[in-house]
Design a protein. Sequence first.
Length: 401
Amino acid sequence: MELSKSEKFETMNEQEYGFETQAIRTQLERTQFAEHSVPLYLTSSFVFEDAEDMRASFAEEKDRNIYSRFSNPNTTEFVEKICKMEGADAGYAFATGMAAVYSTFAALLNSGDHIVSAGSVFGSTHALFTKYYPKWNIETSYFNVNEPETIEQFIKPNTKILYAESPTNPAVDILDLQLLGDIAKKHNLILIIDNCFATPYIQNPIKFGAHLVIHSATKLIDGQGRVLGGITVGREDLIREIYLFSRNTGPSLSPFNAWILSKSLETLAVRLDKHCQNALEVATFLEAHPNVKTVKYPFLKSHPQYEIAKKQMLLGGNVVAFEIQGGIEAGRQFLDKIKLCSLSANLGDTRTIVTHPASTTHSKLSVEERLAVSITDGLVRVSVGLETVKDVINDLNQALS
């Protein structure tokens, strides 16, 4: 897990350089070939000088790479960048975002432990909490994201983790990270925040008391719909447990995908600036449309948690949620009329993507279950891309008319 002597990072004074510079200039020292861009290390394993070197390496008496399931120069660089961006001690990179979610919880929880989670979580995370973890006698209680004052009512003597996404998927609700941090500290809980919608550029949960931060790097961190990836960063002792679990169970990120994601981070800030600018224009347009009932975007003043969003987020993100007049059937018709934007299950792409959760991703939930997590029959989620925003608005407008 640690860096070997040949994997030292180029010297940087973190007090002097900004976010974008860190994203671009945090890299391994050049090899003897003096490459400008970090090379790919497509190797499954690494060699040793002699028997003693091999023994000491496996005993972790030396900081070096052993096997790419444990660590690799490319994954190490990607992790180092995210740690700098999030203000984290350490991290571990995974094959997917859900591998990061699963492994983080599985590494830290024991039979009999309890999770308190926001009710609005990604569908696969909900499946882990309700279908799989109960097999190991791990239970979960959900609180309503719009009633944060109730959180402490769900905490039990065996509660170990407090978990939330902010902004939430797909309704773009905002949770007060400082409040969650204060509750976690008061009750000695591990606070884990899924920061996927915001990215490290827009929001840093560790500043508000989070102990661990999870990202699906497949989304905005990659930003172009090319590769899968996930990462968990945070407190060193917790990451150590996650690393040991993952080293043995094998959900690690591939060196090639790590190389892609590390390069993607170099343009994260400039991409997010444009994503968020486009999203705000789309949200403003939708708010004035006669066939739209409500719009939720963190940096619209009409958002219920607007003040909280402004406090903890640099920008509003690229996801807009709106409720179309006419319910499920109107939502389906809207999708059928879309011409330019993509119908896809992904988000955070350069391409604008529209999804109707009630008839697709959350169709197996009852109406009551959907409403409990702010998913109405007419809710549409738009992941606003980097196209000319006028073209995106025109496409949405013709589909709504």
